[in-house]
Design a protein around this ligand. Structure first.
Ligand code: NAD
Length: 498
């Protein structure tokens, strides 16, 4: 069995705490790795390494920072397959999906390569006689990232490339369920020329997280994970005087209007609900179908769901892999088993699936629940598995009221051929990311990613221009070079621009 420690100061660091957690291959159910769980002392070492590295990196020239990032981008490109294989081995998602995750993460490295343009300041000359004003942005210092299991490479890459490009140093605490991909990203960063201590990885659980939240040398915290933990992260980090962005969970609704192309809508519902076994924060978990087309749409989704090929992520013919742990699989299955008693019609029941040769893997078939009641557990809770709920509405107004009453507001989508309806939806819906005939509207790297309501705690979205604003702070410099012939003399009045 492999043992995975930490990456501190540009080198591997053993798990000195002596505490370890299990990492499984979800396709076989076997433990493959024991991952070190950092003590407070180990987190302190990582923060100290980052603080020391900041002395140089914080003032390194933009050309130095970007040349390292370009080299990193090239290395990631060459190692896509290797990183994707690590993701599949510990997360379970199919290889093509893992490759897509790496590609989306690399978009942020590409954005970071262009930081020179993004960090350009502003200058106003002669705002007063011989007075100029410049606005610049500077790094924060040591920043921390805490990431979830479902995108073990992409979500860390949403954070550290941009943080480093802005001149910060970084301590990453990846999910303890699938930590190897993030660790490899740090090793490759060192290979690309990222100096020692600029990017550190501490593996661990709550102990490591709590220490990062209270550590006096951590200036800011980026978090992505479930809503209860996101709320806790924001409250605790703010109490300790830190800047924080904490992205939480979701329950994403896809509205299908009667004029939509129903085959197109059904294909997209399937892809967005069951891709990555539903373990995506942007997964569609609720289809809101307008009554007049609901029966037809449900029949089309069900026919497609029954044909999906489920198997190990390493098998190129698999379209969907297992769930992350046996415990999570059982919890997801319990929503399907309890659905009928809470009023839903179970159209497709995936709870009985067994994958030949992988009987101990954490597999679960896909499920489709129709006529789901909004007071039922399947509707009210984030299931985070391959379960699609259908809720019916009589009108557009009823549908939008339903979507806007959700406590979450991550992503949402409308399927229609009516431009006017789509335009109304994009302005009226209360969510941070909206798709029009696009079911998972994950913004590209040059835009920012983030939800509303209980899907994001903090003011700024992640990556894009918001990410750059998050990882820098503003400074405004007012300059006068007096003419020796006109020193101005003494004047205690309020400074005037004239
Ligand atoms: P999680 O909240 O359980 O864990 C996220 C991180 O927090 C991990 O690093 C974990 O070690 C740490 N953590 C867990 N419990 C903690 C505690 N009590 N105190 C301190 N730290 C703790 O989330 P997960 O199960 O790994 O990931 C799935 C969740 O993440 C889903 O809710 C999903 O919607 C959400 N997610 C959201 C986005 C987004 O962009 N909004 C993206 C990906 C995932």
């Amino acid at each position: 069995m492999k043992t995975l420690g930490h990456w501190i100061g540009g080198k591997p660091a053993d798990g000195a705490s002596g505490e370890f957690g299990p990492v499984y291959d979800p396709a076989t159910g076997e433990q493959t790795t024991r991952v070190a769980l950092a003590s407070v002392g180990e987190v302190d070492r990582a923060v100290a390494a980052a603080k020391e590295a900041y002395r140089e990196w914080g003032t390194a020239s933009l050309s130095r920072r970007t040349s390292v990032l370009y080299a990193y981008r090239q290395l990631l490109d060459a190692r896509r397959d290797e990183i994707a294989a690590l993701i599949t081995a510990e997360h379970g998602k199919v290889h093509s999906d893992a490759l897509g995750e790496v590609a989306r993460g690399m978009e942020i490295v590409e954005l970071a390569c262009g930081i020179t343009e993004k960090l350009k300041g502003e200058l106003s000359t002669e705002v007063s006689t011989r007075v100029d004003v410049a606005s610049i942005r500077q790094p924060l210092g040591v920043v921390a990232g805490i990431t979830p299991f479902n995108f073990p490479a992409m979500v860390p890459m949403w954070m550290f490339p941009l943080a480093l490009a802005c001149g910060n140093t970084f301590v990453l605490k990846p999910s303890e369920k699938d930590p190897s991909a993030a660790y490899r990203l740090a090793e490759l960063a060192a290979e690309a020329g990222v100096p020692e201590g600029v990017l550190n990885v501490v593996n661990g659980d709550r102990t490591a997280v709590e220490r990062l939240l209270e550590h006096p040398d951590v200036a800011a915290v980026s978090f992505v994970g479930s809503t209860p933990i996101a709320r806790h992260i924001q409250e605790t980090a703010v109490r300790h005087g830190k800047r924080v962005q904490a992205l939480g969970g979701a329950k994403n609704h896809m509205l299908v209007l009667p004029d939509a192309d129903l085959d197109h809508a059904a294909d997209n519902a399937i892809n967005a609900a069951y891709g990555s076994a539903g373990e995506r924060c942007m997964a569609v978990s609720v289809v809101v179908a307008i009554d007049s087309v609901a029966d037809d749409l449900v029949a089309r989704i069900a026919a497609r769901a029954e044909r999906l090929r489920i198997g190990p992520g390493t098998d190129p013919s698999s379209e969907m892999g297992p769930l992350i742990t046996g415990e999570h699989r059982d919890k997801v299955a319990s929503y399907v088993r309890g659905a009928a008693a809470q009023g839903a019609e179970v159209v497709v029941d995936g709870t009985g699936l067994s994958v030949a040769g992988h009987e101990n893997g954490f597999f679960l078939g896909v499920s489709l629940l129709d006529r789901v009641r909004t007071d039922s557990d399947a509707y009210r809770e984030e299931i985070f598995g391959p379960v699609l709920c259908v809720v019916r509405a009589e009108t557009y107004d009823e549908a939008i009221a339903l979507i806007n009453s959700s406590p979450w507001g991550n992503g949402t989508a409308i399927f229609t051929r009516d431009g006017g309806a789509a335009r109304r939806f994009q302005l009226e819906v209360e969510a941070g990311m909206v798709g029009v005939n696009v079911p998972i509207p994950v913004p590209i790297g040059h835009h920012s990613f983030g939800g509303w309501k209980d899907s994001l705690f903090g003011d700024l979205h992640i990556y894009g221009n918001d990410g750059i604003a998050f990882y820098t702070r503003g400074k405004v410099i007012t300059t006068r070079w007096p003419d020796p012939a006109d020193s101005g003399g003494i004047n205690l009045g309020f400074p005037r621009h004239d």
